[in-house]
Ligand binder design. Structure first.
Ligand SMILES: [Fe+2]
Ligand SMILES: [Fe+2]
Length: 274
């Protein structure tokens, strides 16, 4: 298998026709046999992989190269998600612009060459697949949410996600209600995932202000959760956080299965099993 084929398998599973900006072949390779797949596969993992006879390392989070520098572009997917959930386009763009501003400036600090250079020096093929794998996870979450009865509560939502996905049962984190109450009706639910990172305060605010009752993120920074709880906690609005590593695994595990089905030997690294 080649690095190009690996990327193609991920795109097909995600239903995407183009390679998103946060996804790239960092060191290309052909006739690959043994892949290490994980969320954060950086220097120590590359060295370990070399020693264990791997010829391919597939990381989820962008470890460098163009995928790290162009990461901010996928944040614009937040606009599509918000609009699909009923947020006016102008409001959605303003909310996403706050996220873009923050992430774009961080690029200047980043050493984007170090890890691709290490993989190259070790003779390892190195691929990073971010948005396609999160998109697989997002679709699974959206499907599970659609299965809820109309009168479901936030507690019902959490119980259903746990019943549906081994990743949530096997994770060491719990699905948590960070704004609102588990006895609240879920009402209209927005799953915000597969768009770079969580939408933080601005995206949740835009959704709450335009008819969404429950927002689902995989993680959020504490001060943003606190601010949302203060402003929306008493208004029947809910923010549910499903856990970063469990939720990333939810999108990566089907990809691992697809690679194995194509004959590649795959060893999962930092993944919660399904
Ligand atoms: Fe992810
Ligand atoms: Fe992640």
């Amino acid at each position: 298998m080649s690095t190009q084929e690996v990327l193609q398998i991920a795109l097909e599973l995600a239903g995407l026709s183009e390679v998103p900006a946060d996804t790239a072949v960092l060191v290309p390779g052909q006739n690959l046999r043994k892949a290490l797949v994980g969320i954060d596969l950086e220097g120590p993992e590359l060295l370990w992989a070399k020693g264990e006879g791997f010829d391919l390392v597939i990381a989820h989070h962008p470890p460098g190269g163009p995928a790290a520098l162009n990461f901010w572009q996928v944040l614009l997917r937040q606009v599509e998600l918000m609009v699909a959930y009923g947020v006016p386009e102008g409001v959605a763009q303003a909310a996403a612009a706050e996220l873009v501003r923050e992430h774009r400036l961080q690029n200047h600090a980043r050493n984007y060459l170090r890890l691709p250079a290490l993989a190259q020096a070790l003779g390892l093929a190195y691929v990073n697949i971010h948005t396609p794998l999160d998109e697989i996870g997002r679709k699974r979450l959206v499907q599970a949410v659609a299965e809820l009865p109309p009168a479901a509560t936030v507690a019902d939502l959490i119980a259903h996600l746990r019943a549906r996905f081994g990743e949530f049962r096997n994770a060491q984190t719990a699905i948590e209600v960070v704004v609102g109450q588990s006895r609240n009706p879920v009402g209209r639910v927005a799953v915000i995932h597969g768009a770079g990172t969580n939408g933080g305060y601005p995206v949740a605010k835009a959704l709450f202000d335009h008819g969404v009752d429950t927002v689902l993120y995989i993680h959020i920074r504490p001060h943003e959760a606190h601010r949302l709880a203060q402003e929306y906690g008493g208004k029947g609005k809910n923010l549910v956080v499903t856990g970063h590593i469990a939720s990333d695994s939810l999108g990566i595990n089907p990809f691992v299965a697809a690679l194995r089905a194509r004959g590649l030997e795959v060893v999962p690294f930092d993944l919660v099993p399904p």
